[in-house]
Design a protein around this ligand. Structure first.
Ligand code: ATP
Length: 197
């Protein structure tokens, strides 16, 4: 099974484009959503996160996301420790999910691919990019957050230019219709590449 990675910075429109691929019949896997679900569901993860962050990691038996976010923001060592607990579980969940798929290819959305050198996990990588001012406006509207907060997240991520250079395909999501046309082209190119492999 061919696994395509889809990545992009905050507010670039990863989820939006991913849903478009889904409408084309491509099975999609949302690694971040699965990670969050597993953090709530898995007793092993819960025990390890409480050991790492303290009892406050969970509130009313639900993951206390704002608390965790405040702890790991700007603390790479702690983020790495959390990822070491969660990522192996997501990886095995993905493996089981993949075995159930029967399509030509699947897409796995992952906010971080190049940052952690995970390119080898994918046959092809698509990066969604968009102008920074648009990304900021979209996230401000969606999450009701400040411009400064979003800018600091953008500055913490690898730049669009660097990600685009390392990718097999780039979708520019400034205008949605244009982006969907590009996604159609990428979809057909991937199918062609797989056919001629
Ligand atoms: P994050 O990294 O924060 O999860 P994302 O890259 O997955 O974000 P989306 O959630 O798809 O981005 O998009 C961010 C917001 O911008 C959403 O509210 C979405 O509806 C909107 N949006 C996405 N693409 C466009 C577009 N081309 N034109 C206008 N709005 C858009």
């Amino acid at each position: 099974m061919v696994v395509v990675g889809l990545t992009g910075g905050i507010g670039s429109g990863k989820t939006t484009i991913l849903n478009y691929f889904k409408s084309l019949g491509v099975p999609i896997y949302l690694a971040d959503d699965e990670a969050k679900a597993l953090m709530n569901r898995s007793k092993v993860i819960k025990r390890k996160l409480v050991a790492l962050f303290g009892e406050e990691a969970y509130k009313d038996d639900k993951l206390n996301r704002p608390y965790l976010a405040s702890k790991i923001f700007n603390d790479k060592a702690l983020l790495d420790k959390m990822n070491a607990i969660v990522h192996p579980k997501v990886a095995s969940h993905f493996k089981r999910w993949l075995q159930k798929q029967s399509s030509t290819y699947v897409i796995k959305e992952a906010a971080i691919i190049f940052e952690n050198n995970l390119q080898s996990q994918y046959h092809y990588i698509i990066t969604v990019i968009a102008d920074e001012d648009l990304r900021i406006k979209r996230v401000m509207k969606r999450d009701n957050t400040s411009k400064e907060k979003i800018k600091s997240i953008i500055n913490n991520q690898l730049s669009d230019k660097e990600k685009a250079e390392k990718s097999d395909f780039v979708i520019v999501n400034n205008d949605l219709l244009v982006a969907k046309n590009q996604a159609d082209k990428v979809h057909n190119e991937i199918l062609q590449k797989i056919k001629h492999k």
